[in-house]
Design a protein around this ligand. Sequence first.
Ligand SMILES: Nc1ncnc2c1ncn2[C@@H]1O[C@H](COP(=O)(O)OP(=O)(O)OP(=O)(O)O)[C@@H](O)[C@H]1O
Ligand SMILES: [Mg+2]
Length: 168
Amino acid sequence: MSEPPISIQTTSVEQTRVLASRLSELTRAGDLIVLSGALGAGKTAFVQGLATGLGVTEHVTSPTFALVKSYSGRLDLHHLDVYRLDHVNEALDLGLAEMLDDNAVVVIEWGDTIAPVLPHEYLEIHLSNGTNTESRLVDLRPVGDGWLARHRALRAVIASVGESSSGN
Ligand SMILES: Nc1ncnc2c1ncn2[C@@H]1O[C@H](COP(=O)(O)OP(=O)(O)OP(=O)(O)O)[C@@H](O)[C@H]1O
Ligand SMILES: [Mg+2]
C-alpha cells in the first residue's frame, strides 16, 4: 500500500521555483498543496514557481500578514500562510472549503500546523536544509486517492527536474 517517498534536492532557489512550476502542470481546480518546513525553508519561493506555472503574472509575495492572497491564472491560485494563527480553530474562519470550490488551486504555507481542519486529500511538500546553504531537500507526500493516483506523474516531474539540473 505505501508508495516509495518522492524527494529531490534542489541546488538553488531558481531550481525550487522550476520544480514548483512543473508540478503546477499536474494540478487541477480544487487541489490543495500543503507546504511545511522551517522559516526560510523556501515555501514562498515554491509558491512563486507554482504561480508562474499556473500563468500568474503578478509577483507573488508572502501573505504572512494578509493570511490569504489570491491570483488569477490558467487556474486561480489562493496562497495562504497560517504561521500567525494562534489556534487551529482560527483556521476554520479562513473559508478553505469555499476556496477549494472556487476553480482554483489552494496552497498553504505552514499548512501542517492546521492538519485537523484540512480536507482528506492534499499534496504535502516538506522543505528542509540540504547539504549546503543553497540547497533544499524537497519531500513530496501525496495524501488521499486523488494525489496518490498522480504518484507516478509526480515522480516523473521530480526526475525531469533532477536531469535538467545536471546538465547546466
Ligand atoms: N534551493 C533553494 N530553494 C529555495 N530557497 C532557497 C534555496 N537556496 C536558498 N534559498 C533561499 O532561502 C530563502 C527562502 O525564503 P522563503 O521566503 O521562500 O522561505 P519560507 O519557507 O517561505 O519562509 P517563511 O517561513 O518565513 O515564510 C530565500 O532567501 C531563498 O533565496
Ligand atoms: Mg513564506
